[in-house]
Design a protein around this ligand. Structure first.
Ligand SMILES: *Cc1c(COP(=O)(O)O)cnc(C)c1O
Length: 355
């Protein structure tokens, strides 16, 4: 049976990327060696890394003066690298979910990390508004897409101090005005590549302003100077990321990714709102286009396991909600075909008819 992959991360990749990665694992560009066994300093891999960086800059229209890095350690490593590199005394954080909260907790090890606002009071079902960012903080940290709770900051916000964003789960799903940010980072395994590589976009002249000693591997300048080759980078995930970036470009770039995301989200939220058996968990204006969370409506709670089994029988994979919120989560990343969402919607309609 055809499977539709709604996993939250690692998650669906374009079929073409998987096939071309598989080919390169057997033989990279006909050189007679696998991508798994070549030197990261070989010209064949250097070309891959250069193309990945160039496509990053082209697709996101990254202005002059920014570097694009590919590192290990996951987005979670950035929770400490960000304060190491940018926090002198004080930093401001918007607490919009599990990941935002982890970033905030880590920053507390480095100085005064202020929680500017939080939506924890309502299980993170909304994005706080009308908060005040302290003008004397070194930066303001946001999580643009809350992968677990299904909320998203879909527009680039204006900020009076340097803005830093975790974009792990919505990078390349819309155009971003990179000039508004000092740093953007994310794990690649949601929208870009297999797990193992982290991307960082950093404004060069914002670095070197803190007085603490930064461990070599955690200093962005090390990786800028080394061209992401100070040590051995995650070669295979970078190769796949490069292929995904080529795919995004072929498909029409981030504007087209945004159009598709809106199309998928309208279809699924439309059914969630129409079908009396289900209810969305995020407030409407802050709904994520990437992670769509819903539960059984209050009168139908006992049907949750039945629906899960029914969806599985239709080939729908990975729609179980995160353990901290329950219900269902349909992660609709760039590579998810509309057909997958249509199949889920048909499944919800059929389930309603049967009950
Ligand atoms: C998945 C995720 C993380 C954690 O990423 P790792 O690469 O596993 O460390 C951080 N932030 C967000 C928004 C995520 O979705």
């Amino acid at each position: 049976m055809k499977k539709f992959n709604f996993n939250a991360g690692p998650s669906v990749l374009p079929r073409q990327v998987i096939e071309e990665t598989a080919k390169a694992v057997l033989d990279l560009n006909g050189i007679g060696l696998s991508v798994l066994e070549i030197s990261h300093r070989s010209k064949d891999f250097q070309a891959v890394l250069d193309e990945a960086v160039a496509l990053f800059k082209e697709l996101l229209e990254i202005p002059e003066g920014y570097s694009v890095l590919f590192l290990g350690g996951g987005a979670s490593m950035q929770f400490c690298m960000v304060p190491y590199n940018f926090m002198e005394k004080k930093a401001a954080y918007l607490n919009t979910g599990t990941w935002a909260n982890k970033a905030l907790k880590e920053a507390k090890n480095f100085g005064e990390a202020v929680e500017v606002a939080s939506s924890k009071d309502k299980t993170y079902c909304y994005i706080p508004k009308n908060y005040v960012v302290p003008a004397d903080a070194d930066y303001f940290h946001i999580t643009t897409n809350n992968t677990i709770y299904g909320t998203e900051i879909r527009k680039d916000i204006d900020c009076n101090i340097p803005l830093i964003a975790d974009m792990s789960s919505d990078i390349f799903s819309r155009p971003v005005d990179v000039s508004k940010y000092t740093c953007i980072y994310g794990g690649a395994q949601k929208n870009l590549a297999p797990s193992g590589v982290t991307f960082v976009i950093v404004k060069n002249d914002a670095l070197g302003k803190v007085s603490r000693t930064i461990p070599t591997m955690l200093d962005y300048r090390t990786h800028i100077d080394g061209g992401s080759m100070y040590n051995t980078p995650p070669v295979l995930p970078i190769y796949s990321a490069m292929l995904t970036l080529r795919w995004i470009k072929e498909q029409g770039g981030v504007k087209e990714m945004q159009r598709r995301a809106q199309e998928r989200a309208e279809l699924l939220y439309g059914e969630i709102d129409r079908n009396p058996l289900f209810r969305g968990t995020a407030v409407e204006e802050d709904r994520s286009l990437m992670n769509i969370d819903f539960v059984m409506a209050d009168d139908y709670k006992e049907l949750e396991q039945d629906f899960m089994a029914f969806a599985q029988s239709k080939g729908l994979v990975g729609i179980k909600g995160h353990r901290s919120i329950g219900g269902f989560r349909a992660s609709c990343y760039n590579a998810l075909p509309l057909e997958a969402v249509q199949t889920l919607v048909d499944c919800m309609k059929e389930f309603q008819k049967n009950h």
